[in-house]
Design a protein around this ligand. Structure first.
Ligand SMILES: [Zn+2]
Length: 397
């Protein structure tokens, strides 16, 4: 009797799980931001190996998580002497992986090829360049990166360029910037126009507010924020304020949720600062080996995972950002941009790229319809990619 009662109680939960699994399998699941290429260099690993415990991502775990499309971030910080060359080195890494694993992953140039790859059971890959500094002030280099498969570019990372100011600089170097420039210069506007012509999506994560508004006024196509959250819920400079969220909705674009604990929960920063102080010597010794700060912190956070667990927000807190954005602009304008392998901490339960089905289940539990969930998982971003292809060589399929 008791067992039967328990079964009846669990029935709706079991039904939801099955339904969620079906919806997840059928949907084209897209993540717009993953830093495994940089992690591959920093941690000296290869994503076609089993990297469980070492990274958030590898080919096998993407499969387990039911991910269909990955936009691979091509990134270095603003201090690298030859960022364009470094961008090409990162792209070489993915090209080599694809050559070695042609049945598992394919580089795709447009949404048509993307769907073909997904149908064939492969992970469809595209590049997203993170940081306008990587084009080294050259439209030719922008064209070259496009030719190699870059389908979005974040106009800035935390560092500004001579043609676009970042969220970090616009908020922390206010006075000195006012003397030089703020927002997009004429060349910055040319970059946006060239991206529109090519069919490369303008990504507004990381950019300063002035750059944001200048880019929105310049672009003729829908934009994305490939990995950003709502400033009202977590006021860090690179999250989006309400008027920015509204503008992306009006532009027809998409905001992809960033899983980094520090962009989800404003309490995280203090807790993390305490953690980093306690392990400063270890972080510094990794940095002394030439490792970039972000990855030194990540390595140490992973080493002391139990201790770092306390600071992690819940999945529900992440999805509150989604609900918030949806309330402002609707379910057609949100997606997922985990930032996996570029972040030192994610909400509890989102330990690596096998977690996407957990999100699908949680969205259904929150009352989103199967159609809305399918759009959030990938339909929305496919729409933006397609709109950017319109009128370019990319649409001739
Ligand atoms: Zn980023």
């Amino acid at each position: 009797m008791q067992t039967k009662f328990l079964f009846l109680l669990l029935l709706p939960v079991l039904g939801l799980s099955q339904n969620a699994a079906r919806i997840h399998k059928k949907a084209i699941v897209v993540d717009t931001h993953n830093d495994i290429l940089t992690a591959s260099i920093e941690k000296k690993v290869s994503m076609d190996d089993n990297l469980k415990g070492k990274t958030h991502s590898d080919l096998q775990r993407w499969k387990e998580g039911g991910l269909d499309v990955q936009l691979f971030s091509v990134w270095c910080d603003g201090d690298k002497p030859e960022p364009y060359q470094f961008a090409n080195r990162e792209m070489d890494i993915l090209d080599a992986i694809i050559q070695k694993n042609p049945t598992k992953i394919a580089l795709t140039r447009n949404t048509y090829e993307m769907k073909q790859a997904v149908k064939a059971g492969k992970l469809a890959a595209m590049f997203g360049v993170e940081g306008g500094h990587m084009i080294e002030n050259s439209l030719e280099k922008l064209d070259q990166l496009f030719a190699r498969g870059t389908r979005y570019m974040t106009l800035t990372w935390n560092n500004s360029t001579s043609w676009a100011t970042s969220a970090w600089d616009e908020t922390s170097k206010k006075d000195s910037l006012a003397k030089t420039h703020k927002g997009l210069t004429d060349f910055g506007k040319q970059v946006v126009k060239r991206m529109n012509e090519l069919g490369m999506v303008v990504d507004l994560s990381h950019v300063g507010e002035q750059t944001f508004w200048d880019a929105i006024a310049t672009t003729t196509k829908p934009v994305i924020a490939s990995h950003s959250n709502a400033w009202s819920l977590c006021p860090v400079p690179r999250n989006l304020k309400d008027d920015q969220i509204l503008a992306i909705g009006k532009n027809g674009g998409v905001i992809s949720l960033n899983f980094f604990s520090g962009f989800v929960d404003s309490n995280y920063r203090k807790k993390d600062a305490r953690f980093q102080l306690a392990h400063k010597a270890e972080i510094d010794s990794l940095k002394a080996t030439g490792m970039q700060t972000e990855y030194a912190v990540t390595m140490v956070t992973e080493k002391y995972a139990e201790e770092a667990m306390d600071a992690r927000p819940t999945l529900e807190q992440l999805l509150e950002h989604l609900d918030y954005i949806v309330k402002l602009i609707g379910t057609e304008h949100v997606g997922l941009g985990s930032d996996f392998d570029g972040i030192s901490s994610a909400p509890r339960g989102l330990d690596d790229v096998t977690c996407y089905p957990t999100i699908t289940r949680a969205l259904l539990q929150r009352g989103y319809t199967p159609k809305q969930v399918t759009n959030i998982l990938g339909g929305n971003i496919l729409r933006v990619l397609k709109a950017n292809e319109k009128g370019t060589e990319l649409s001739k399929n």
